[in-house]
Design a protein around this ligand. Structure first.
Ligand code: IPM
Ligand code: MN
Length: 337
């Protein structure tokens, strides 16, 4: 376990598009809640790449490792081909820092959706189709072949499932659903199911269920209140967490924590939404997802009281409307220091 800095060193990667705009509001709220930290600002993302061709220089990665946690806005810009910044910066950070549990909570009352939503998706964050296994043969010819493998290690899958069960035990319903596609992905699915059953045996008080990913999409729309904690692979988790955001007030409220639960390095906190270049600079981005992500950071750092003050303030700030900075100002003003 890495020793903590005093005061905390918080890496700040605003990134691209609306990323820096929403991150500024999250920092405002961290200041207002009385969190004692030194921001360490990193100029990383598409804009930097277009300027000097650098995506994640070794010196920046080394400095990020010295932080206690990282707040990230969003990365990716239409001027750079898809995948370059995403893979070179965001996914690389997830892999380098071993952020194997991507924790995405969704909370909405019945007045917002159906019978209400109160669930957490734990998405495996270092393997699956995101691992980058594959390639081209006979590139751009009539007989081209492209493969994209899914990497599933017993170690990687099991540690993620373990995190989901640990998280469930701290929640009232104490229930974990495995979401996969075991009827078609018979190799990966079989490994996931066996790892899930093995971990479940260590948590006899925790209820369990299994849903295929396609069925889970229907349940998300028709009956999301059935879910407490969901654990799933990287790509399924990517897709259903956008759906989770859509049913719980929009992706402007969907926060996430990319965790290294073993604490061998900093964890990274970011909104689920992307850089949204279409609305960048208009001041219309909702900073709530970034602010809740900052609250998740406080909680992971053990600053539980401050985390609860931010969470509670956001929960009771549904009436707040306005521009990105007006919403940030209003939440910062209401949060007790
Ligand atoms: C997310 C994003 C990323 C992902 C992209 C930007 C690489 O969609 O965090 O959900 O696919 O993981
Ligand atoms: Mn996504």
């Amino acid at each position: 376990m890495k020793a903590k800095n005093n005061p905390y060193r918080i890496g700040v990667i605003g990134g691209d598009g609306i990323g820096p705009e929403v991150t500024a509001e999250a920092l405002k709220v961290l200041d207002a809640v009385g969190f004692d930290y030194t921001p360490v600002v990193f100029d990383l993302g598409g804009t930097r790449y277009l300027r000097d061709g650098e995506i994640l220089p070794a010196a920046d990665l080394a400095a990020i490792r010295e932080c206690d946690a990282v707040l990230l806005g969003a990365v990716g810009t239409p001027e750079v081909a898809p995948g370059i910044i995403e893979r070179g910066l965001l996914l690389r950070l997830r892999f380098e820092l071993d952020l194997y549990a991507n924790v995405r909570p969704f909370l909405a009352p019945a007045s917002v959706y159906n019978d209400g939503v109160d669930m957490v998706v734990v998405r495996e964050n270092t393997e699956g189709t995101y691992a980058g296994e594959g390639g081209f043969l006979r590139y751009d010819t009539e007989y081209e072949v492209a493969t994209q493998g899914s990497v599933n290690t017993r170690h990687g899958v099991e540690r993620c499932i373990r995190h989901a069960f640990a998280l469930a035990t701290a929640r009232e319903r104490n229930h974990v659903t495995l979401v996969h596609k075991t009827n078609v992905l018979t190799f990966a699915g079989d490994l996931w199911q066996r790892a899930f059953d093995a971990v479940a045996a260590d948590y006899p008080a925790t209820g369990t269920a299994y849903n295929h990913i396609d069925a889970a999409c229907i349940y998300f729309v028709q009956d999301p209140s059935r879910y407490d904690v969901i654990v799933t692979d990287n790509l399924f988790g990517d897709i259903i967490t956008d759906l989770g955001g859509a049913i719980s007030g929009g992706v402007g409220r969907a926060a996430s924590a990319n965790l290294n639960p073993d604490r061998t390095g900093p964890s990274l906190f970011e909104p689920v939404h992307g850089s949204a270049p279409d609305i960048a600079g208009t001041g219309t981005a909702d900073p709530r997802a970034a602010i809740i992500s900052a609250a998740m950071m406080l909680e992971f750092l053990g600053e539980n009281a401050a985390a609860a003050r931010v969470q509670d303030t956001v929960k009771t700030a549904d009436d707040v409307t306005g521009s990105t900075s007006e919403i940030g100002d209003a939440i910062a003003e209401r949060v007790p220091a």
